[in-house]
Write a protein that binds this ligand. Structure first.
Ligand SMILES: [Zn+2]
Length: 490
C-alpha cells in the first residue's frame, strides 16, 4: 500500500500568448525522488494523509456519485458536498497564493452510481487533490485598461488598474527644481477601466503595466555599437529597417555611430499621450562684449587684455509644454536681468615697432663704378665711397634697420639714414627719389631710393657711409675689394 506524503503542486505556466493557461498538477517523480524539493514547492498545501487499511477486503457496496469536472470524470464521492468543499479548498488556496480573487471553472456534474472503493474520493482534501491534478484554467475577477478601444493591460483589480493610470500620469507630471505645474495633465486618448473576468496568466503586475503603457512595448532592447558597425548592419541583422532605428533613436545621429554608443532597437510609442504644461524658472547667461582702446606703450599689431569680460545673468520664466516627457513647446513669459555683463576691454598698440635688428654684415647698396674712396673732406681716411651710375639706379638698404632720416641733409642733398639697432647706421646721399619714410622698418636688400645728384654733387652718384655710434667708419674695412674705377654691384 502506498502511503502518501504531504505534497504540493508544481506549477507550470505554458506561455502561448494570450491563450496561455496555468496548469497545476502533481508530479509523482518529484514526490518520490526528492521530497525536500517538493516540500519547497508546496504552494497550495493540502495535507493528505490517507491510510488504507490492510483489511480492505471487507467490501461494502455504497450508493454515491461519479464526478465529472470540466467534462472529465475524476473520481467518485459519497456526498456531492464533499466534492464542492474540495473545490472551495482549491479556490481558497489559490486565491491566497496569488493574492487575487481566483475563479475556477464551475462545470461540475454528478451522476448517481455504486461507489467503487478504489476510485472513491473519501474527503474534501482528496477531492482537492484530484482537482489540482487536472489542467486548471484560472481566471480572476480583474480589470482591464482599455485605451481607444484597445485592451492594453489586465490587472487583478479595479484599484490596481486605477493606480497604474495614476502612475503613468504622475511620471509625466514629475517636477524638477524650479518647476510648477500650471495645468492638470491632459490625456489625448479615450480610456477606461473595464471590470471583467480575466485569465490569470494575462495579468500584469502594476510595474509591468505602467512600463508597457509608457513604452508601448514590453521591453526596450538596447544594442551597444561595436567597431565597424553601420546603422544598416545593426538594423538588418535584427530584422528592423533603418527608419525604425532612426525613429527609436531620435536623440542620436545614427549616421555617425561610435563604438560604445547604445542604440534602442525598439521604438517607444506610449499608449497614452500625456501633455503637461509646466512653468519653469531658469537662468541664462548674458554674454559680455569686447571693447577696444589704444595704448601707445604697446607695439603696433599687438594687443593686451586690460580687463576680462564677465557674463551677466538673466532669469527666464517660461511655460513649457511636454508630451510624454518630451518638450514640444516653450513660451517665455518673463525675462529679468539679475546681473549685468561687464565688457572685456582690450588695448591695441600704437607704438612703432622697434628697428629691425641689423645682421652686422653690409651689402653693397647699388651698382656702378667707384669714383672716390679716400679724398679730402667727407671721404678723408676712406670714410665714404662714391659709386656713380645713371639717375634712378636702385639703391638698396645695406642691412636691416629703421629709417631715422629721409630728407634734405645740407651737402648730402636728399639723404636716408638707417639705424641698424646694433650701434651701426648707414647713410645714402645725393638721392633723386626716396621710397621710405622716417620710422619705417626696412630689411637688408630692400629698395629704398633712386640714385641722383642732389646737394653738393657734380653728377649722378651714391655717397655711402657706414657709421658706428655716429662715427664714420673706414669703408674698406667692410668692402675690402673697393678700388677707384672698379665696378661694384649688390
Ligand atoms: Zn661722396
Amino acid at each position: 500500500m502506498e502511503k502518501n506524503q504531504n505534497h504540493g503542486f508544481v506549477e507550470k505556466i505554458k506561455n502561448a500568448g494570450k491563450d496561455a493557461v496555468l496548469s497545476i498538477k502533481t508530479k509523482a517523480s518529484d514526490l518520490l525522488m526528492n521530497n525536500s524539493i517538493s516540500l519547497k514547492k508546496v504552494a497550495v498545501g493540502v495535507a493528505v494523509l490517507t491510510v488504507f487499511s490492510a483489511s480492505a477486503g471487507v467490501y461494502k457496496s455504497v450508493q454515491g456519485y461519479r464526478v465529472f469536472f470540466n467534462g472529465e470524470e475524476i473520481g467518485m464521492v459519497r456526498q456531492t458536498g464533499d466534492f464542492m468543499a474540495g473545490l472551495d479548498l482549491v479556490r481558497n488556496n489559490l486565491s491566497e497564493q496569488y493574492d487575487a480573487n481566483i475563479i475556477l471553472p464551475s462545470d461540475v456534474r454528478f451522476e448517481r452510481a455504486i461507489v467503487s472503493k478504489d476510485r472513491l474520493l473519501e474527503s474534501p482534501d482528496a477531492s482537492a487533490t484530484a482537482i489540482e491534478k487536472t489542467n486548471l484554467t484560472m481566471t480572476v475577477e480583474g480589470a482591464v485598461i482599455v485605451i481607444e478601444e484597445e485592451e492594453v493591460a489586465a490587472l487583478k483589480s479595479y484599484e490596481e488598474a486605477e493606480e497604474v493610470l495614476d502612475s503613468v500620469i504622475a511620471s509625466y507630471a514629475q517636477l524638477g527644481e524650479n518647476e510648477v505645474i500650471v495645468s492638470e495633465p491632459i490625456i489625448a486618448q479615450d480610456y477606461e477601466i473595464v471590470q471583467r473576468v480575466v485569465p490569470y496568466v494575462n495579468l500584469r503586475t502594476k510595474e509591468d503595466a505602467v512600463k508597457y503603457i509608457m513604452q508601448g512595448t514590453d521591453e526596450i532592447i538596447e544594442y551597444e555599437v561595436k567597431p565597424g558597425d553601420t546603422s544598416w548592419d545593426i538594423a538588418v541583422n535584427r530584422g528592423i529597417n533603418v527608419n525604425e532605428l532612426v525613429a527609436a533613436n531620435s536623440d542620436k545621429d545614427i549616421t555617425s555611430l561610435r563604438p560604445g554608443d547604445v542604440l534602442k532597437l525598439t521604438e517607444v510609442k506610449p499608449y497614452l499621450d500625456v501633455e503637461v504644461v509646466k512653468e519653469m524658472v531658469y537662468s541664462e547667461k548674458i554674454p559680455f562684449e569686447t571693447t577696444y582702446q589704444t595704448d601707445a606703450s604697446i607695439y603696433v599689431g599687438k594687443s593686451e587684455e586690460v580687463s576680462p569680460g564677465v557674463n551677466g545673468v538673466k532669469e527666464i520664466t517660461a511655460l513649457v509644454t511636454y508630451r510624454n516627457g518630451v518638450q514640444v513647446a516653450k513660451e517665455i513669459t518673463n525675462e529679468e536681468k539679475i546681473k549685468d555683463s561687464v565688457n572685456r576691454v582690450v588695448a591695441r598698440g600704437t607704438k612703432p615697432l622697434p628697428p629691425a635688428q641689423g645682421t652686422g654684415r653690409f651689402r653693397m647698396p647699388t651698382s656702378g663704378r667707384v669714383t672716390a674712396i679716400n679724398k679730402a673732406g667727407s671721404h678723408a681716411g676712406s670714410r665714404a665711397v662714391d659709386i656713380a651710375n645713371s639717375v634712378g639706379t636702385s639703391i638698396y638698404a645695406s642691412d636691416s634697420g629703421r629709417v631715422t632720416r629721409a630728407s634734405w641733409y645740407s651737402g648730402y642733398g636728399y639723404a636716408i639714414i638707417i639705424d641698424h639697432g646694433n650701434g651701426y647706421s648707414t647713410l645714402y646721399g645725393h638721392l633723386s627719389s626716396m621710397n621710405v619714410s622716417v620710422g619705417q622698418n626696412v630689411t637688408a636688400g630692400q629698395r629704398i631710393a633712386g640714385m641722383g645728384s642732389t646737394g653738393n654733387s657734380s653728377g649722378s652718384h651714391l655717397h655711402f657711409e657706414i657709421r658706428r655710434y655716429g662715427a664714420r667708419q673706414v669703408i674698406t674695412r667692410y668692402f675690402s675689394y673697393l678700388r677707384v674705377g672698379g665696378r661694384v654691384s649688390p
